[in-house]
Design a protein around this ligand. Structure first.
Ligand code: EPZ
Length: 420
């Protein structure tokens, strides 16, 4: 397994281009199952999760071709079942359930297990599909959904901690081919849901209200092929903004939708980080002295849980006490003990981490555990004195396109060490 060797202490300067959004492209690729016609998806990031989704679509019978950042999918003749070894390995694959059910009236996917950030239940996905008339069966780790016909209905999709992003995507996709009108209440408002809705409407769906808590879908008979360019990845953008901030550098992020980053930019400003929006670019300047800030992760437009770990590194460098409270996933503090190995002083009290910021960080070997925790360890390594080796960076490659190349282009001393 590859690792990253990082020599810290270099302020990063230059420009970086943000890639297409992982969490938009995965449901959009699943949506191509809704039509037998060809779909062309552009600005597709080069990520292992995307390649995985392509293989899952192929295992279902779709023709998939990737040319640079353009993925073409033609789901002419579909099999009802896919490659479960593949499907089981990627939690995001749950979002093929809705489109497959709508297209084939039957779908079988493996239940996503838990992962290091917490349980990943799908009860809300299943509640929504049942509300559309599906029969759901769960046995030996798989969920099978059958529905000779999907009938539109009113569905409240709010869960114990708020909306579900992929749950909203699944139900929205299934409802496009249901008979009648579906109203989703307490829908997720993330930009990735809006991007999916725009692609579905380009395919001939009739969706209104995406981006807000109530989405109305008027079912149609069939959908046709379409082209779509995926939105930029707001989480990658937030990650690089924090890299600029903590290394006290000056970085211009290109291909950014700053309006998708308001909660993060607001907190960065509170922490003393200077940033300036320039059209679809964002200039970020490190602060001479960072200030402690308190953060609570919330559904969009609140502070994103996917930036919690990265923000914790910034708080570990801000002299004073910062409190970060994780309200979306119950176990998303795997990065805390690893940051501790680099000298950060953080203690976890239930859903909150108390960060005693200001202690200098020094390099050490650390272990990546999940995608965003790995990003936090890389950010910490860029600042720590000496050398940090981040092991198991396959986690990183799932969600960050060529992150070592992008960091080196900004002056970072980062080297990918082939797997031991
Ligand atoms: C999406 O996951 C993202 N993944 C996650 O990003 C992101 O952290 C998450 O949304 C929240 O923003 C993709 O889009 C591929 P949820 P998703 O359903 O949809 C509970 C990353 O790092 N819940 O919005 O699976 C759930 O346990 C990844 O890029 C239920 O209770 O997340 C969690 O506490 C990590 N029942 C909360 O809702 C359900 O049926 C939010 O989960 C579904 C979810």
């Amino acid at each position: 397994m590859d690792s990253l060797l990082i020599k810290g202490g270099v302020p990063l300067h230059g420009e970086v281009t943000i890639s297409g959004a992982k969490n938009a492209v995965l449901p959009i690729l699943a949506a191509t199952l809704l039509t037998p016609e060809e779909c062309v998806i552009r600005n597709v990031p080069d990520l292992s999760d995307v390649k995985f989704m392509g293989k899952i679509l192929e295992s279902l019978g779709a023709e998939v071709a990737l040319d640079g950042d353009t993925m073409t999918v033609k789901s002419g003749r579909l099999k009802g079942v896919g490659d479960y070894e593949l499907i089981r390995k990627m939690r995001g694959s749950i979002c093929i359930l809705g489109p497959l059910l709508a297209r084939l009236h039957k779908a079988k996917v493996s239940l996503p297990g838990g992962c290091v950030i917490g349980a990943r239940p799908v009860d809300l996905h299943l509640k929504g599909l049942k509300a559309l008339g599906a029969k759901i069966k769960i046995e030996s780790g798989y969920v099978t959904a059958t529905a000779p016909k999907l009938i539109g209905g009113d569905i409240f999709l709010g869960g114990r901690v708020g909306p579900t992003v992929l749950g909203t995507a699944n139900i929205m996709m299934a409802a496009t081919l249901a008979e009648g009108i579906t109203i989703i209440e307490s829908a997720a408002c993330e930009p990735e849901v809006v991007d999916l809705a725009e692609f579905l409407n380009a395919m001939g769906a009739r969706i209104h209200g995406a981006g807000g808590p109530t989405i109305t879908i008027t079912g149609v008979k069939e959908l046709h092929g379409a082209q779509h360019a995926v939105i930029p990845d707001r989480i990658e953008a937030a990650t690089f903004a924090i890299v600029a901030a903590v290394t006290k550098g000056e970085v211009t992020l290109n291909n950014v939708r700053a309006e998708h980053l308001q909660a993060v930019l607001d907190k960065l400003r509170d922490a003393g980080v200077k940033w300036e929006r320039r059209g679809t670019s964002l200039l970020v300047k490190g602060a001479r002295r960072l200030k402690p800030v308190d953060v609570t992760t919330l559904p969009y437009p609140g502070f994103p849980t996917d930036v919690q770990a990265q923000m914790m590194v910034l708080m570990a460098l801000a002299p004073g006490i910062s409190i970060i409270t994780e309200r979306i996933f119950e176990a998303r503090f795997m990065h805390v003990p690893e940051l501790g190995r680099l000298g950060a002083e953080i203690s976890v009290e239930g859903p909150s981490a108390i960060v005693k910021g200001g202690a200098p960080l020094s390099g050490a070997p650390v272990m990546a555990s999940d995608l965003r925790a790995s990003a936090a360890l890389v950010i910490a390594g860029l600042v720590a004195k000496g050398t940090t080796q981040v092991h198991r960076i396959y986690h990183l490659d799932r969600g960050y396109e060529k992150i070592d190349e992008k960091l080196r282009a900004l002056g970072a001393r980062v080297e990918r060490v082939p797997g031991e």
